[in-house]
Design a protein around this ligand. Structure first.
Ligand SMILES: [Zn+2]
Length: 309
């Protein structure tokens, strides 16, 4: 019975978080691209398209189109693969390689294999070398219309920002998340001021996502399903205006979608108290609050997924 329940939960999770659905939207790969990007293979050194490549622009993931590297961070290390000493914020995930020694780098969005990262080699001031397979990348020249690769941003407040970030971060199509403060009056507040409850700010999460891979509606539904939108200024044990439920929309479409979802929830009997406000300013919170649960290895205490739609 317990095994059946676990399988059921996994199916529900995949459906709700769109894992299978969004994967279908990824670009089709050739056999060789699959060998490198999916099966973590390596192209021969000095063979790739971008090993000697100095045009201005940026590099996106061949699999999912997420922006990964800028040409200004590319340098010639002589190793035979494109080398970058920096990445676009939040675009790359580091994992321990299957060899147990090296650090593999994958696309944060789709998990596609890119290569490895090495530190302390003194090639550049940043002292970091992302050694990347050309075949994992697609170059986009600077002069090309970058609109397609722009990301959309959503801002959600629903109690302690650690928990909201934890759930949003792992949604396929989400490129980056940051926790911070918004909706109040105090300029550049710090956490102590927020705790006083007098700044007017809510703990909030900025979610940058690729709208071609995940919709605002899907994120907004998830937001309602990982917190309790029916309690005023409270989530579980956390009480205060900083823990209120609020969506800071960045355009009219986000506003309409949010209003519609609230209507659906109300029709289902939820007395939703979530506020809708126009985005004004987001103050990034202190470093130790960013990606808190992943860094601390712990789990959210009051944000759990409960299906509502
Ligand atoms: Zn990708």
């Amino acid at each position: 019975m317990r095994i059946i329940l676990v399988i059921f939960i996994i199916i529900i999770y995949n459906n709700c978080f769109g894992q299978t659905e969004t994967k279908m939207n990824y670009n089709k790969l050739s056999d060789f691209e699959k060998y490198v990007i999916i099966d973590k293979g390596t192209e021969a050194p000095f063979s790739g398209e971008y090993y000697k490549h100095n045009l201005k622009g940026f590099f996106i993931c061949k699999h999912c189109d997420s922006k990964l590297f800028k040409s200004e961070d590319k340098f010639d290390s002589g190793c035979g693969w494109p080398s970058f000493d920096d990445e676009i914020d939040g675009a790359i995930k580091q994992v321990l390689d299957a060899d147990g020694k090296r650090t593999e780098i994958v696309c944060s969005n789709c998990g596609g294999h890119l290569g490895h990262v090495f530190f302390g080699e003194s090639f550049t001031q940043k002292n970091k070398r992302h050694c990347v397979n050309s075949v994992s990348l697609q170059f986009i020249p600077e002069e090309i219309n970058q609109e397609k690769y722009m990301k959309e941003t959503a801002y959600f407040a629903g109690g302690c920002f650690w928990g909201i970030e934890y759930h949003m971060k792992n949604v396929p199509g989400v490129l980056n998340t940051q926790v911070g403060y918004m909706g109040g009056k105090t300029k550049s507040p710090n956490y102590n001021e927020i705790c006083s409850g007098e700044t007017g700010h809510a703990e909030a999460v900025k979610v940058s996502f690729n709208p071609e891979l995940v919709s605002f509606e899907k994120l907004c539904k998830l937001f309602f399903e990982i917190h309790d939108p029916t309690t005023i200024n409270r989530q579980g044990p956390d009480i205060g205006t900083q823990y209120r439920s609020e969506i800071f929309y960045t355009n009219e479409i986000q506003k309409e979608i949010s209003e519609n979802l609230i209507k659906i929830l109300k029709n289902k009997g939820y007395s939703v108290v979530t506020r809708l406000s126009e985005y004004k300013y987001f103050y990034i919170a202190e470093d130790y609050h960013q990606d808190y649960y992943n860094k601390s290895g712990s789990l959210p205490y009051c944000h759990f997924y409960r299906k509502k739609f």
